[in-house]
Design a protein. Structure first.
Length: 486
């Protein structure tokens, strides 16, 4: 194998893994580092930690058919447990930077549409059936076939819609917009603030947090989202301790009474797989399961494709690597969420919080590398321009030429164009060679001897800048360190 071929192979080969963990997760191959992955993991955790508060509020505030409510502490434990376990399984089994937790929107369907028709055990049993049905669709290949059949822009648009939905929830929870009754007497959150104006410390903290995040992202600061979250949390806790604020929204930024407490796993396994069929009609149960499957199906599709695209992990056909395993783990997460009574768990679009750390190195991935054509090793001095004081002397040097025919044609060019500087003569010589070989048939020479006639190759050259640099400066064959002008 030639030296040039070895260099080409080395340039296209992925960087070797540092250890077995690096090789297994392809950290170096994907252009990342351990430190970058740790920062990305913290950023993803903090951006999706809101579900630990929001999911118990949504599920705990609803009552089932018999007036029973779920305990908030038990819901928090179940939500955190399912999210942690399924995210680890997704990382190890799917090898994809994708976090999972209780789906926002799916929990509202369970709380306000399914639970009023049956008990909580029966409602969570439907969630388990939904997850099992999704796993069956994955095993049969139907779910993956449907994903490949949907156009790529439509799949990406789903992730955009999910992001806008979550952003709208953030605006509402922060108090930036509030609900006002419309003509149909429904509460639509389109009013600024609580009274039509943006006032109060919580609104100020929210606005400062958004502006700080945008500024840090624009400056490409490492861990921009994580820095913004931590900074605004500390600022909110300071403001809450010195100012008299009546309400902060969902939670009050105060130091907790207990930093560590014993989790309550009372809801684990509290579900009835087929109990819903005894509480309502079979057609209703089927429609409810279909609603959960449909929502989870397209939610995951948009999230997985969007996260993989932002991380630069899609292949040449725009497909997600290890898609079958990823979808199977997602279906298992839905079933695990129902078994733990925390609602269906699904992939989170907040996994994109780590995207800048991976996206900045996308050119290092094999599919983004430009092919390197084998050839002779480049001469470091081949593109070197002489110093300004030496350019004039370099232009007056006679060019060595080993080809007698080429030297003869160069002499003819000099005879036809007396008084023309050497560097322009060589440009004319290159054009003359191209015309002689049929490459420039439209050029004609003027035989007036001055070289200034209309249509002359000199008019096409103009100056030495019209000639490629690699043709203007070549190393001297006698002395490679010396530069001459062609």
């Amino acid at each position: 194998m030639s030296d040039s071929q070895k260099v080409a192979d080395r340039s296209t080969a992925p960087p070797p893994g540092v250890n077995s963990v690096d090789r297994f997760f392809k950290i170096s191959e994907r252009g990342s580092t351990f430190a970058r992955e740790i920062r990305g993991g913290f950023a993803t955790f903090f951006t999706m930690a809101y579900i630990l508060v929001l999911n118990p509020i949504i599920l705990g505030s609803a009552k089932d058919k018999f007036g029973q409510q779920l305990d908030a502490v038990q819901l928090t434990t179940a939500t955190a447990l399912v999210a942690a376990v399924m995210t680890i399984i997704m990382g190890v089994g799917g090898n994809l930077p994708l976090a999972l937790a209780a789906g926002l929107g799916l929990n509202a369907v369970v709380a306000f549409q399914i639970a009023p028709l049956m008990s909580w055990d029966d409602a969570m049993g439907l969630v388990v059936l939904e997850g099992l049905l999704i796993c069956v669709l994955v095993v049969t290949g139907l779910r993956e076939a449907v994903m490949h059949a949907i156009p790529q822009p439509l799949k990406q648009a789903i992730s955009v819609g999910i992001g806008l939905f979550i952003a709208f929830i953030g605006f509402v929870d922060a108090g930036f917009v509030s609900r006002i009754p419309d003509v149909a007497n429904t509460t639509v959150p389109v009013q600024l603030g609580g009274t039509g104006q943006l006032t109060g410390w919580p609104i100020l903290v929210f606005c400062l947090g958004v502006l700080l995040t945008i500024a840090l992202l624009a400056r490409k600061v490492k861990g921009a989202i994580l820095i913004s979250i931590v900074t605004m949390t500390v600022l909110a806790m300071v403001i809450n301790s010195v100012a008299d604020i009546k309400a902060w929204g969902l939670t009050t930024p105060a130091w907790p009474d207990k930093v560590v407490d014993t989790p309550d796993f009372g809801l684990l396994g509290d579900f009835s797989l087929f109990g819903a069929f005894g509480e309502t009609t079979a057609i209703t149960v089927v429609l409810l399961i279909f609603t959960l499957v449909l929502s989870d199906f397209f939610d995951t599709m948009g999230t997985v494709v969007g996260i993989s695209a932002e991380a630069g992990l899609l292949d040449e056909q725009g497909k997600v690597p290890n898609l079958g395993r990823v979808l199977l783990i997602d279906g298992a997460a839905a079933a695990a969420g129902g078994a733990a009574s925390s609602s269906s768990a699904t992939s989170y679009i907040e996994s994109a919080a780590r995207r800048r750390r991976r996206r900045a190195h996308r050119l290092l991935q094999p599919r983004h590398r430009r092919p390197v054509r084998p050839g002779p090793l480049p001469d470091p001095a081949a593109h070197h321009r002489p110093a300004p004081g030496r350019r004039a002397r370099a232009r007056r040097r006679r060019l060595p030429d080993d080809d007698p025919g080429q030297a003869h044609r160069l002499g003819q060019v000099r005879d036809r164009h007396p008084g023309v500087p050497d560097h322009r003569r060589h440009a004319l010589h290159l054009l003359d060679n191209q015309r002689h070989r049929g490459g420039l048939p439209g050029l004609r020479r003027d035989q007036d001897g001055a070289g200034q006639g209309e249509g002359h190759p000199l008019a096409a050259v103009g100056n030495v800048g019209a000639v490629p640099r690699v043709l203007r400066h070549q190393p001297d064959r006698a002395d490679p360190g010396r530069q001459v002008t062609r």
